[in-house]
Design a protein around this ligand. Structure first.
Ligand code: G3I
Length: 389
């Protein structure tokens, strides 16, 4: 059943939320099952349907090793989300593994799937010091190319990639993570090349936005970073920097707040930061949300971990953080999208990077929706948010 009337959606959804006894899902650890005939979409309105009322797009980063081959994973992506981001396949390392030879196939598959599922695509990401092709740099700070060659290669890369996807990308993360936590610009190969050419090191950022705009004037162009969620050296530096870009007439449309939170730290003053960036005339977005916490060791596999939080208090904090993240975005009319960085805890970048932490996403490794998922549904149902512009 596809329901189009927003008020009917809300009424039905409220009924579903209040009428479904938790005991009904006892055999799946308290989580309603998905993918074995009865999907979430069949029994309760999805995140994407509930978010229609405010015009917010809800999204997920998609792992192309699973998309299309894992039926349950793919069904969740299509049923729950109205925007998708490639977790890896649009990064420079993956699109041009050999210099001059492009591999667009996995990203093309995502773009085609998104079109079929009536989803918008966030392009991620054109310029980043990480995941560069090895022929260009293996560490992000050294390269065998001359400064002018680096600038020319950057120009070609941005132009070729944006041109390839022209008309199919809603928001591009043009430049990703260009500032360090202390607010200084990251001195990667692009920064160093521009300095060596006698320009400001950060001028590559303005160039990238201009080149992207030339290649696809209709795409929304974003600067994207982590640790912008709270007021501090980094968010202040980026706040000042985007104003410089605007003053120079650089075509920047928005700022992406990644939203990788951890329960061991306090919840950031996110709404303040979204609001002050939006007040500059920019769009904002939550682009890579996950909320990690410390998890229980796996008794069956020494050295491995489950996706179960160590304590009920940590689980409660995770739920509260997801709620507050979504509420902050909903409260700011210019916050266009809210994207989780992945679908399930079994395929998340977190355990590989933060030892003993995990459980950052909305679905467990068996694809059962977690309490965080239900929290987001409640927020979407009960918040009277301004419609997105
Ligand atoms: O594809 C290769 C595979 O061939 C090889 O066998 C395997 C061995 O390790 O590596 C595979 O590549 C991995 C790639 O993900 C694809 O799975 C890389 O090692 C791994 O480092 C890479 O991690 C990605 C990470 O960015 C790189 O920094 C994560 O999946 C991805 O979630 C993560 O995403 C970033 C955002 O782009 C920017 N913001 C932070 C966020 C989390 O780190």
């Amino acid at each position: 059943m596809r329901i189009r009337h927003p008020l009917l959606v809300v009424a039905l959804a409220t009924a579903a939320l209040t009428a479904t006894p938790a005991a009904a899902f006892a055999t799946t650890g308290g989580h309603p099952p998905v993918g074995s005939g009865t999907t979430i979409h069949d029994t309760q309105p999805s995140l994407r349907i509930l978010a229609q009322r405010s015009g917010l797009r809800v999204g997920a980063a998609v792992n192309m090793d699973l998309y299309g081959s894992d039926a349950t994973y793919t069904a969740i992506v299509n049923q729950q989300f109205s925007t998708v981001s490639p977790e890896n396949v649009m990064k420079w390392q993956l699109v041009e593994p050999t210099q001059g030879t492009y591999d667009w196939a996995p990203a093309d598959r995502l773009v085609a799937g998104a079109r079929a599922a009536h989803q918008l695509v966030r392009g991620h990401t054109l310029v980043w010091h990480n995941q560069l092709p090895s022929w260009l740099s293996t560490d992000g700070v050294t390269t065998s190319f001359t400064p002018q060659q680096v600038r020319d290669l950057l120009h070609k890369h941005v132009t070729d990639e944006v041109t390839h996807f022209k008309g199919q990308i809603w928001q591009w993360d043009v430049v990703n993570e260009a500032f360090a936590d202390d607010g200084t610009p990251r001195q990667d190969i692009f920064y160093q090349a521009y300095q060596a050419l006698g320009m400001n090191g950060t001028d590559y950022i303005a160039d990238a936005f201009r080149w992207a705009h030339e290649a696809d004037p209709r795409a929304l162009l974003f600067y994207n970073d982590y640790n912008l969620e709270f007021t501090g050296a980094k968010s202040n530096a980026v706040y000042a920097f985007v104003q410089q870009l605007q003053a120079q007439g650089v075509p920047i449309d928005g700022v992406g707040f990644q939203g990788h939170l951890d329960t061991q730290y306090g919840f950031p003053d996110l709404q303040n930061n979204l609001t002050r960036f939006a007040a500059l005339g920019l769009k904002v977005a939550l682009t890579e949300v996950d909320v990690r916490t410390f998890v229980q060791p796996d008794p069956a596999n020494p050295g491995a971990y489950t996706d179960i939080p160590l304590t009920p208090a940590l689980q409660a904090t995770q739920q509260s953080y997801w709620t507050q993240l979504l509420q902050a975005c909903l409260a700011v009319r210019q916050c266009l999208s809210f994207t989780a960085w992945g679908v399930d805890d079994g395929h998340s970048w977190i355990p590989g990077v933060f030892h003993g932490e995990g459980a950052g996403l909305l679905f467990d490794p068996s694809y059962h929706p977690k309490p965080q998922y239900q929290e987001l549904r409640k927020v979407l149902l009960t918040t009277h948010a301004p419609r997105r512009s």
